[in-house]
Ligand binder design. Structure first.
Ligand code: KMT
Length: 179
């Protein structure tokens, strides 16, 4: 099950949970209001036939898909890629990930107060990060994730590292979440 919490400020290993003391959980219902992030839990045994994923793809116009597998053995330039994933950035399009196995953390900024919210994803979790949201990704201490990636049309993976406050995607994101 996906869960989310406000992160502590420690510089310890990015793969640790980084819960505050005491923990400050974020309800998934509140996550959409605070950040615009969307979340579905899919059934891994039936998602190919049960129509739930097909409907989401249809509703949101996802026409492209591939699979990314991240582990020291599977991903070329693993260390370099992980550094890029964990640098705070935004994209001009949604980032859509459906976790098939393994786990990891998507960190997103609370749009109002700029605090980090850590979202733990596991197998069956489908997450949509809106265009223009500042975010980053890390593996957890299990060091493995496999996920489907979706896109509307030809994929553009370009990250724009923070600061990117003047980009239209950023401005549009803020005005939709803070409205
Ligand atoms: C990205 O763009 O940050 C990634 O593709 C890494 C996360 S995929 C589980």
């Amino acid at each position: 099950m996906v869960s989310a919490w406000y992160m502590d400020d420690s510089d310890e290993d990015q793969r640790l949970d980084h819960q505050k003391n005491p923990p400050q959980p974020v309800d998934m219902k509140d996550l959409v209001t605070l950040t615009g992030v969307l979340y579905w839990k899919l059934n891994l045994d039936s998602y190919e036939e049960d129509g739930v994923l097909d409907q989401i793809k249809k509703d949101r116009g996802y026409t492209y898909e591939d699979v990314i597998e991240i582990s020291p053995e599977k991903l070329p330039n693993y260390e370099e890629k992980l550094k890029i994933f964990f640098s705070e950035h935004l994209h001009t399009d949604e980032e859509i990930r459906f976790v098939l196995s393994g786990s990891g953390f998507f960190d997103v900024r609370d749009a109002k107060n700029d605090s980090w919210i850590r979202i733990k994803v596991e197998a069956g979790d489908l997450l949509v990060l809106p265009a223009g949201i500042y975010h980053r990704f890390t593996l957890d201490s299990l060091n493995y994730i496999k996920a489907k990636r979706f896109f509307v049309g030809e994929p553009v993976w370009t990250p724009y590292n923070r600061p990117a406050d003047e980009m239209p995607a950023r401005r549009e994101y803020l005005s939709s979440v803070l409205a």
